[in-house]
Design a protein around this ligand. Sequence first.
Ligand code: NDP
Length: 248
Amino acid sequence: MDKSQQTAIVTGGGSGIGKAIAESFMKAGIHTVILGRDLHKLKTMQDRWGGLCTTLECDLTRLDTLPAVVARIEALRGRIDILVNNAGINMKKDFTEVTDTEFQGILLTNVTAVFALSREVVKVMLKHGAGAILNISSMASQYGIPKVTAYTASKAAIEGMTRSMAIDLSPLGIRVNCIAPGFIRTDMSAKALDQDAERKQKVLSRTPMGNLGEPSDIGEAALFLCSEGARYITGVVLPVDGGNSVGF
Ligand code: NDP
């Protein structure tokens, strides 16, 4: 199918990894709908990418609004081919200080919203019997990382969801994969690491490639996993982490 007729949705596509994923799709000629809360970021992307880009204000935690958001995208574009569930939040706090509300808030954004948005998008994909969904987890799903219990729980959940979704949706023509990024140079990671030089050194020393990743490293991998070239790949969790998960 002509790429210019394809529609991708990228949540949190106004910054960091999501922005790089959206840009890799748009560079490939795929019309990309960016969902986010920050109007300034959305406007910047809209101004830069013009007609290849649609931006919609959307707080993913407002689950009851998601069917209308998806209906609007379908009305605007006629079809949805790709969904990237990239948006995510983290919070670093001593274990005993984390409230139930904070814990649930992270799971709401990082897990429940991924399920709720995917369900609505799948209903549209079913109309043309094809689609690709990409979830973004983290190497934190496999490694204990201090003070981020809710985040690691949420990222392990995403990987489990990916496998079950892949099985459920394969017969319907929809592939579901996941990328587990290592430390990527974005606001989320750079801020945390800049405040902790010792930790940064530790991270780099256990990364065989010896450097942090760039958002575009995830963008390139995302483009491949959502492309026709990956048509026989579903249910995988692909680490993009400079070898961090290999162990040594
Ligand atoms: P950023 O903090 O730079 O970006 C997060 C994005 O999520 C923002 O664009 C934000 O949009 C969006 N977002 C958060 N909450 C909501 C919400 N309720 N509704 C809509 N959008 C929301 O993070 P990164 O780019 O670093 O991270 C992107 C993904 O990659 C996350 O899932 C993260 O867990 C994962 N990851 C990142 C790693 C890293 O090293 N950077 C490592 C491993 C995984 P807005 O500003 O408009 O609210």
